[in-house]
Design a protein around this ligand. Structure first.
Ligand SMILES: Cc1ncc(COP(=O)(O)O)c(C=O)c1O
Length: 446
């Protein structure tokens, strides 16, 4: 399908200068996957070839691409106010957006700190946790607990609490005083589960072991993704998050949900905290807040956390942290327009309603040779492929290349897992199309 009424975009003839992130540069530059335009559920190559977006970009364009209300809000904002200092001054839309986000967040998670990415959101949340204990006279609480197979971005805080070896091994000693919970995935116990697996709640009890080892008085916070996205779509076992919450409460440890992927409708709710009925002390968000249109991230904190900082001389900043582009006017305008779209088109409800259809379509691949496991939750599926004997990850890489070049569908890969996470505007027919294409691709690479 060629895009109607559009000229082809210019194709660059020199690919050397750009160091492409999280990408095998040599392979990419031999056969680049270039995207020039987008609209709704489709990307378009520079030649005008349509590619169905099975990944919401990078888990972020939840409202679909280049939606007119978001585009127009950004255009209007660029004319009205390009930038206002983020420190000591503020602009009206930053307050408006913070209030709208607070209204979507559960319970008393009512205070919003803005930054520009998920990585910054995570480092901000970790710093708030440390400073919170400090201002309350519990400065010995400095340990941070993450989880194996966790992904919390690429800042030093995020890779320290994260649990992906490739993201950690080249970067020295990282933050001191970090420990990790075990990952919640066990293929033997959980293979081919739709939604949250029955097995695994007890793995939260490992936090008690960590507390016994280090003592609660040294632990500031636990951070987990409610659903681990980047390491292959790992929904939490039933009861797991509740148990983590209970143990944190018993020991005065803050619980942070990293909802950079799960926020804004991915699991059929504004936040996964709502889906699971578990209230953390802080939520990190990014991606879906602007449907990917302008970089933005942030932390939502419980009122009591913010209040603990509101002391000392009133002319002195209470938290020495922030970014030049915190609450950037373009991001706030995009965020407000995006939240309007989510509300007006009931996109979170739509994701919830489509979940069974999406899960059925994914699980239909169970009998395809070489498929070792399929996991689904919300509008998200992870499909594990058997590796080639000589090269872990090569089969999935080939699947991604074929998907883009031959089938016209964008998929995401991590290790030997294919991840499907389309925009929440995906139609039932497009769900069918995504999985038909992916089935052909898997058969071709086996
Ligand atoms: C759970 C989680 N936290 C943090 C991040 C980092 O976000 P960013 O790439 O915007 O820094 C991601 C990115 O995928 C993520 O999935």
């Amino acid at each position: 399908m060629a895009e109607p009424n559009r000229r082809s975009a210019a194709v660059p003839n020199d690919l050397e200068a750009f160091w492409v992130p999280f990408t095998p540069n040599r392979a990419f530059k031999r056969a680049p996957r270039l995207i020039a335009r987008a609209k709704d559920m489709h990307y378009y190559t520079p030649e005008g070839r349509a590619v169905l977006d099975g990944t919401a970009g990078l888990w972020c364009t939840n409202a679909g691409h280049n939606r007119a209300p978001i585009v127009e809000a950004i255009q209007r904002q660029a004319e009205e106010l390009d930038y206002a200092p983020a420190f000591q001054f503020a602009h009206p839309k930053s307050f408006e957006l913070a209030s709208r986000i607070a209204a979507l967040a559960p319970a008393d998670l009512d205070r919003v700190f803005f930054c520009n990415s998920g990585s910054e959101a995570v480092d901000t949340a970790l710093k708030i946790a440390l400073a919170f204990h400090n201002v309350r006279g519990q400065a010995s609480r400095t340990r941070l607990i993450g989880r194996e197979r966790g992904y919390h971005g690429v800042g030093f805080g995020g890779i320290s609490v994260g649990g992906i070896v490739s993201n950690r091994k080249h970067f020295g000693t990282l933050l001191a005083g970090v420990d990790h919970l075990p990952a919640t995935y066990n293929r033997e116990r959980q293979a081919f589960t739709k939604g949250e697996p029955e097995w695994g709640a007890h793995l939260a009890d490992d936090l008690d072991r960590i507390v016994a080892l280090h003592d609660a008085s040294t632990i500031a916070a636990v951070i987990v993704e409610p659903m681990a996205g980047s390491t292959g779509v790992l929904p939490p076992p039933k009861g797991y998050l509740e148990r983590l919450r209970a143990i944190c409460d018993r020991h005065g440890i803050l619980l942070i949900f990293d909802e950079v992927i799960t926020g804004f409708g991915r699991l059929g709710h504004a936040f996964a905290a709502e889906r699971y009925g578990v209230t953390p002390d802080m939520i990190t968000f990014a991606k879906g807040i602007t449907s990917g249109a302008v970089p933005m991230g942030g932390v939502i904190a419980r009122e009591g956390i913010y209040d603990a900082f509101m002391r000392g001389p009133e002319h002195v900043a209470e938290l020495f942290h922030g970014y030049t582009y915190s609450a950037h006017p373009l991001a706030c305008a995009a965020g407000l327009a995006t939240l309007d779209l989510y509300r007006d088109e009931k996109l979170f409800e739509r994701a919830k309603a489509l979940e069974p259809r999406f899960a059925d379509a994914a699980m239909a691949l169970k009998s395809v040779p070489g498929v070792l496991d399929i996991r689904t939750v919300g509008l998200t599926a992870g499909i594990d492929l058997a590796s080639r004997p000589d090269a872990f990850g090569k089969r999935a890489y080939e699947a991604m290349e074929r998907s883009f070049h031959d089938e016209g569908v964008m998929i995401r890969i991590t290790g030997e897992t294919l991840a499907l996470t389309p925009p929440l505007i995906v139609s039932e027919a497009q769900i069918g199309e995504i999985f038909e294409k992916v089935t052909r691709v898997i058969k071709a690479v086996m």
